[in-house]
Design a protein around this ligand. Sequence first.
Ligand SMILES: [Zn+2]
Length: 495
Amino acid sequence: MTKPGPGHTMCTDRLDAMSNTPDNAVRTTGPAESVRAYIDAHRAAFLDDLAAWLRIPSVSADPARATDVRRSAEWLAAKLKDTGFPTAEIWETDATDGAPAVFAEWPSDDAGAPTVLVYGHHDVQPAAREDGWHTDPFEPTTVDGKLYARGAADDKGQVLFHTLGVRAHLAATGRTAPAVHLKLLIEGEEESGSPNFPALIHQHADRLACDAVIVSDTGMWSAQTPTVCTGMRGLTDCQIDLYGPDQDIHSGSFGGAVPNPATEAARLAAALHDGDRRVAIPGFYDGIVELTDAERELFAELPFDEERWLRTAHSHGALGESGYSTLERIWARPTAEVNGIGGGYQGPGGKTIVPSTAQLKLSFRLVAGQDADRIQESVRAWVTASLPEGIRHEVTFWGATRPCLTPLDHPYLQSVARSMGRAFGQKIRFTREGGSGPAADLQDALGAPVLFLGISVPSDGWHAPNEKVELDLLMKGVETAAYLWDDLAETASAR
Ligand SMILES: [Zn+2]
């Protein structure tokens, strides 16, 4: 990942340089007409291919579908060979129950060209007609320009658009190999939490070496407002167990004179934030990459309807860190959340005790500049310092996903936005993602900036019944991919 230093700022002329209206699209990838003509001529065959792939129920969470997940990997490897990739291989994970990934590689004729790795996944979430699907989730159905099937948007559609994209790129430029050294890594267990993915990328780090990672497993703000995501938050979560008396004891005989673990759990939860709802754990914000004014202005330009957002949140009010907008809070600020709190008597009626134990479950969303290991240490130190004598504690962290961020003015990020701007014929805006994913593993293991390229929209229903992809947007994805490799190669040579 390319982390801006602490003094990183972005001036206003930079912001101007970032507007990517189609007229300032100086890079060329052959005439756009020939890209579009090629895509139009091959659209029907491309959609037939996608439908064939979507019919394979590659549900990684279901052991009974393991052969389907493998069939999906084999289908994709064959399709990539067919597309022209000289190398397309199935990669097994180390785990016996691991699902296979697909790796493909197509070197450029230009030895000095940058190397780009496209990441996506070929496994899908479970789906059954009785979950509320109007059609068979594994029998792709097109209605009103929308293709309904499990995996249509997440992620098979967005992986496959690279096949027609690279062919259109070659056809329009007269090249016989892409303008960049192109690699694809399409994993088979993303929908199961990518348990073996970090090990897989470390094992093959030499073959995955690259100058940039393109994550094609993401979405845009909306069909009317196409956007590029610049980063994702990280995550670490834990359980804190508090132990007081060796057993529940009488609150009349002992209460008020011994520490109560349930009270201490509540005190910890209450002390987690200060009056401005900033996280009060010492050191929590140390070294974080702050939002720049330019990025705040760009976020503020997005057509955000807070009322509507609250409805999607099923919440009755917005609340968070002072001085930040809702979008800033969910995309670019770190958080501490109480996920659960418990202890003592929970049954009917009263029970006058000082309970023996209490628990607190906390999760922390992290932003660039925060190191999960350091945050875990800070949390442990804070818990130890906060508790009175007579309360024993254990802090158990479940795991950590690192944050990733590519600064707005990174030339490769601009390349993605410019290519998308050409395809969509309008200005591309920028977002971030509040959730956490394996993108940061790639960034960490390969030391390359992560760029997000996706054309999915929030209504596509990822993980939900009636998942779909909008065909017009899917073809914009193809077109973006057709422009991107030339633009990245030119951008790299200009650096
Ligand atoms: Zn996905």
